[in-house]
Ligand binder design. Structure first.
Ligand code: G3P
Length: 221
């Protein structure tokens, strides 16, 4: 499973990229607004750090405007790894169809049901983003739609990738991998939490303490 960071914070992206496990980045208007920086400048900077796909979201709501905005983002960012994020609304489908026919990679966002994912894939999206945590928030088990989408895409051999989004904790990440999601996009705090285990820290402390007890001479190779 590929691991993306769900952030527009360049410091976090640089840090995770340095760990050698970062495959891409997703942003959304809320995450970009939080940084208080110029949208296109941030996307350009992220694209230069991460060689994998970087999602930049449109904020228009009519098909014609979304198509224009998507083309505009691509032209002005000028990086080969930009993916245009389009919301799963009626007008979005036409925008996905048109842009994907031009070879633009589309990440369909705000997916909350398997039927929405099916339509996005049929329209030509390269990725669908089911929002797992937001479904959990309203008492629906979000991960179940990841499982259903996996079954549907496998039934018909859709090449569209399942990008598990709105991930809130490490268990979501492990479940996404078990369900066969192609990608999980994580907030930086969740990525950090994946590394940690108290028994690893306790075990390391013990190894180092025991090593210190060895005579200096015996420690040398
Ligand atoms: O990529 C979409 C994701 O950022 C939404 O996450 O935590 O706002 O539901 P959240």
């Amino acid at each position: 499973m590929k691991i993306f960071l769900d952030t527009a914070n360049v410091k976090e992206i640089r840090e995770a990229a340095g760990w050698g496990i970062l495959d891409g980045v997703t942003t959304n208007p809320s995450l970009v607004a939080k940084e208080g920086r110029d949208f296109l400048e941030v996307v350009r900077e992220i694209c230069a750090i991460v060689p994998g796909p970087v999602s930049a979201e449109v904020v228009s709501t009519t098909a014609d405007e979304m198509i224009k905005e998507g083309r505009d983002i691509l032209r002005r960012v000028g990086a080969p790894n930009v993916v245009i994020k389009i919301p799963m609304i009626r007008e979005g489908l036409r925008a996905i169809k048109t842009l994907s026919s031009e070879g633009v990679k589309i990440n369909t966002t705000l997916i909350f049901s398997p039927s929405q994912a099916l339509l996005a894939a049929k329209a030509g999206a390269a990725m669908v983003s089911p929002f797992v945590g937001r479904l959990d928030d309203i008492s629906q088990v979000g991960m179940e739609i990841v499982r259903d989408i996996r079954t549907i895409f496998d039934n018909y051999d859709f090449k569209c990738e399942i990008l598990a989004a709105s991930i809130r904790h490490p268990v979501h990440v492990v479940e996404a991998a078990r369900m066969g999601a192609d990608i999980a996009t994580l907030p930086f705090a969740v990525l950090e939490a994946l590394i940690k285990h108290p028994l690893t820290d306790i075990g390391l402390q013990k190894f180092l303490k025991d090593w210190e007890k060895m005579p200096q001479q015996a420690r040398k190779a």
